[in-house]
Design a protein around this ligand. Sequence first.
Ligand code: PLP
Length: 430
Amino acid sequence: MHFAQQGNYMERTREDIISEVRAMVPALSLRMNGQPLVYLDNAATTQKPSQVLDFLNDALKERNANVHRSMYELSDLSTTAYENAREKVRSFINAPARENVIFTSGTTASINLVAACFCQRFVGKGDVILIEGDSHHSNIVPWQIAAERAGAEVQVIPTDVMLGEGRSGKVAVERLAELLTDKVKILAITQISNITGLLNPVGEIISLAHSRGIPVLVDGAQGIVHSPVDVQAMDCDFYAFSAHKIYGATGVGVLYGKKDLLEALPPYMGGGDMVETVTYQKTTYAQLPLKFEAGTPNFIGAASLLPALEFAEYLREGEVGQALKEEEARIKAFMEQTLCSDPEVEVYGTPMGDKAPIYTFNIKGINAGDLAQLLDKMGVAVRSGLMCAEPLLNSFGATSALRASFAPYNTLEEAQKFVKCLERARKMLA
Ligand code: PLP
């Protein structure tokens, strides 16, 4: 499948290119409550291009057979599609080899795998697992469960808000050196926060942790969408992301790991496909990556990562990439001038310039859930609640918030409609 760049940007306007991109994603033409849908919940999940939808449909019709198990042609076709997607993921994140790329059911599953297996092997009583104050629940709770089993403790790198030193929501990286004691066995960080949209200095954090011999897991659930990822340049030890947030199927995720570490970990789940030989007494395990892929995987969903990542590349590269980057800059400037400049609105995550287009906020005296419901009536889909980051939101003094999260296929016009509808909803609730 190939997403050819069509025509010449000199001849096509930015609007032409954006229309072409949006026409590839059928859900963007839906109407909700009688209004054209303005979908601004992309941090939760992205809409899928036709290429992915067709791929899924064709795979179910033409390549539906279990993978890695059989000698017949249909199974070969399915296995090839699954392994082609693994190769696509490998090249997309620049992993050294396919052995480094494990298919899971999502970011959450990838982090749970590392938390359980790493702590079983390397973490004991009195040890420390270090996480970040801006973490999603998926990068908090698995560590708490694993720490409890190991008799270890979870400690947190605070944000400036937690320290009472500011309201930016930035992780206090300057505190890291003193927190990285001999007791710390692993550090779990976030590339881009799903609340603040802020980009953490992952390279700086990783090199500091490595200078103390501490491995680092990066939660890339949002990072994979909004920034190019090169796991070798980043030098992370583990990297986790979900297919559904980057135009792929739900129920599929990726865990990248360095080979020596993955080999040192015990298996996670036992079952078919992850074994070499089995007797009633003892089992020997398959080589990487299958050692961590017990049971029938979501082979059709995983295979759809091939067209999904091709679409992600198409959105990033060449004249399309340039046009969408310009549109994103226009959206960010508009959001800064409107929502973010309103004294009655607190947007969590500043400075505005240096962040992904994710805006989580509260309007003084107005319930976020009520706003979200009214916006829905106007065709605008935004998230409200805790966004699976209760400790971070609580640190800002919020028990719920509204979040508008943009994808590369969103337009300035949609941002304008969102702000206009928000104004109307606000007046209705004032
Ligand atoms: N981490 C971050 C930063 C996220 O934004 C999310 C999803 O919103 C997750 C982890 C969990 O992803 P999933 O539910 O796909 O496993």
